[in-house]
Design a binder for this molecule. Structure first.
Ligand code: FAD
Ligand code: NAI
Length: 507
């Protein structure tokens, strides 16, 4: 019996060793392939040029799936990276470090069959008549040339949206946002500043309470996730390092509508509200922010009374609005571009303009402005371009066959006529299907290691919330991250935060 056990353990040991070596080998192979991509086809003046404006969800999903064999591709974006927005609130409290959720666009571009030009610049103007884009290097350091105009055959317009402030006084200047990487860094810095100022010797009690009152505006998923993350920072770390202050930190979530998270089921809204209650996050519904001041926020309460509520920091998550470049583009087509965002047809072609496709948050469709929609639209356009490329090749072939048949005779002529017929039938078979969105469900993190999920299942919906959903949330986002590098960095950050806690230093 003992020798059987020994040989079983030996076998198990060997199998484990082989698995570790094979796993490490596979990991090494994949990472080295990512780091050292092969040669690419050069720019080809015979091929059509696709200009992609943006490097967010829509643009990156397109770039990742696009077969560049038949196209020259230029990507223009003021950020030379893709930002994984779902994990941005985690960066704002230091659960994750900023680099972990960024993917440099050049990494994606460098793996394409044909070289892709990546330009860090802000698109300023689209001229749909002459089919050109004007862009500018707005960064701190500029060369002598910092604005230029290039032509496109196809433009993929994927510039996203910016934060909606409704022109409410003080919001733009005094509140923190949660849209860009810089917003998360800014929020973290200000939150830590509030705490350190509250810890300043001799600070009076009312001022301590003001500095430690954090107001989050907007009960959409961004506001909910930010509140949950601040609460985690408080419970997991601040209680240990600022024991005299932690108990006085207050988080208030202000929402103008009667309930938070209107896109989730009633059951999950109630679950979120009860979790927030346990976490001592105060939810103020039917309450509207009227002004953000230096040291307070002005609220219109449900009974229409006005209150000036002292606070140290306001985080604004009030929704989306169009960027200026989008408004300017729409203004060029006043008769068809009449909605809040760009109107597109069911093939994502911009109404009124030829050769422009628009995807993601800058469009006005029946879908919610989410990463899920934008990335599916990007992947769809990649398929469209493959088909268009095939069709254009066949059409070119047809033109040369048409020319050849005019000078051919006898058997050759009959052969060419046959080829023409077959090419025409191949062209006729290329049918570009309309975009179809497949909803994979909605997920949101609500703090305290809990998440909520509304998942489509067998013609119905499963609503789930809790710790198991949190693990599902983490694994879903880990697998959605665009690269192995990001997955490794995020998993590592989660582990480091679990072991050592979040960093308190303020830069
Ligand atoms: P974006 O991803 O915003 O990309 C726009 C790109 O255009 C950016 O690269 C930007 O730099 C670039 N750009 C801007 N101006 C110009 C210009 N003038 N010229 C050229 N380029 C320009 N959705 C989900 O489905 N699930 C989630 O969990 C989720 N979590 C979120 C969490 C947060 C904090 C936020 C803010 C959003 C979240 N969303 C989520 C929504 C999701 O991020 C957006 O719907 C998605 O980013 C839209 O993709 P997009 O490509 O249209 O725009
Ligand atoms: P949102 O538009 O969903 O919510 C903004 C909220 O702010 C609204 O409920 C609005 O009533 C409220 N508001 C606006 N002005 C106000 C005021 N003055 N006073 C009080 N309340 C005010 O915006 P959000 O959360 O930024 O989301 C934008 C998009 O991104 C949505 O489509 C959302 O689905 C998506 N998203 C998805 C996430 C997820 O699936 N986990 C996470 C974050 C965003």
């Amino acid at each position: 019996n003992g020798s059987r056990w020994r040989s079983f353990l030996q076998l198990l040991g060997r199998a484990t060793l082989v698995s570790i070596v094979a796993g490490a080998g596979a990991f090494y192979y994949v990472t080295q392939k990512e780091r050292h991509p092969g040669n690419q086809l050069p720019y080809d003046p015979e091929k059509k040029t696709i200009v992609i404006l943006g490097s967010g969800w829509g643009a990156t999903s397109l770039l990742k799936s696009l077969d560049t064999t038949e196209y020259n591709v230029v990507v223009i974006s003021p950020k030379n990276y893709f930002l994984f927005t779902p994990l941005l609130p985690s960066v704002a409290v230091g659960t994750l470090s900023q680099k972990s959720i960024l993917q440099p666009t050049r990494y994606v571009a460098r793996h394409k069959t044909r070289a892709v030009t990546v330009i860090e610049a802000e698109g300023k103007k689209v001229d749909p008549i002459h089919k050109t884009v004007t862009f500018e290097d707005d960064s701190e350091i500029q060369g002598t040339v910092h604005q230029t105009t290039i032509p496109y055959d196809y433009l993929v317009y994927a510039v996203g949206a910016e934060v909606q402030t409704f022109g409410i006084p003080g919001v733009q200047e005094k509140a923190c946002f949660m849209k860009e990487l810089a917003d998360a860094e800014n929020m973290q810095r200000r939150f830590k500043d509030c705490i350190e100022s509250a810890a300043f010797p001799g600070q009076d009690s009312t001022e301590i309470d003001r500095l430690l009152h954090i107001v989050v505006v907007g009960g959409g998923p961004t506001g909910i996730e930010v509140s949950g993350e601040i609460h985690d920072f408080l419970e997991d770390d601040l209680r240990t390092w600022y024991p005299e202050l932690a108990g006085r930190i207050r988080i208030s979530l202000v929402e103008a509508l009667p309930s938070v998270l209107p896109m989730f089921s009633k059951q999950l809204i109630e679950y979120t509200e009860s979790t927030f209650k346990e976490s001592k996050i105060e939810i103020l519904t039917k309450t509207m922010v009227k002004e953000v001041k230096d040291k307070s926020v002005v609220l219109q309460m449900p009974d229409k009374s006005i209150q000036d509520v002292p606070c140290g920091m306001v985080v604004w998550a009030g929704g989306n609005k169009n960027r200026k470049i989008t408004q300017d583009l729409m203004a060029q087509f006043p008769s068809v571009q009449t909605k809040r965002g760009l109107t597109v047809d069911d093939h994502l072609r911009m109404a009124g303009a030829e050769g422009i496709f628009a995807i993601g948050d800058c469009t006005s469709t029946s879908y919610a402005p989410t990463a899920q929609v934008a990335s599916q639209q990007g992947a769809y356009l990649a398929r469209v371009f493959t088909q268009l490329g095939k069709k254009e090749n066949l059409e070119r072939q047809l033109i040369s066959l048409d020319q050849a048949i005019t000078t051919a005779s006898g058997e050759d002529k009959a052969k060419i006529a046959e080829e023409i017929e077959s090419t025409q039938s191949q062209i006729a078979k290329i049918k570009i299907r309309p975009f179809h969105y497949s909803h994979q469900g909605s997920l949101a993190y609500i703090g305290s290691d809990k998440a909520i999920a509304d998942l489509p299942f067998a013609n119905g919906n499963i609503a789930s919330g809790g710790v198991a959903t949190f693990l599902f949330w983490r694994s879903a986002y880990l697998s959605t991250l665009f690269s192995l590098r990001n997955r490794t960095l995020v998993a590592n950050d989660w582990l480091i935060t679990k072991i050592f806690g979040r960093d308190l230093s303020r830069d």
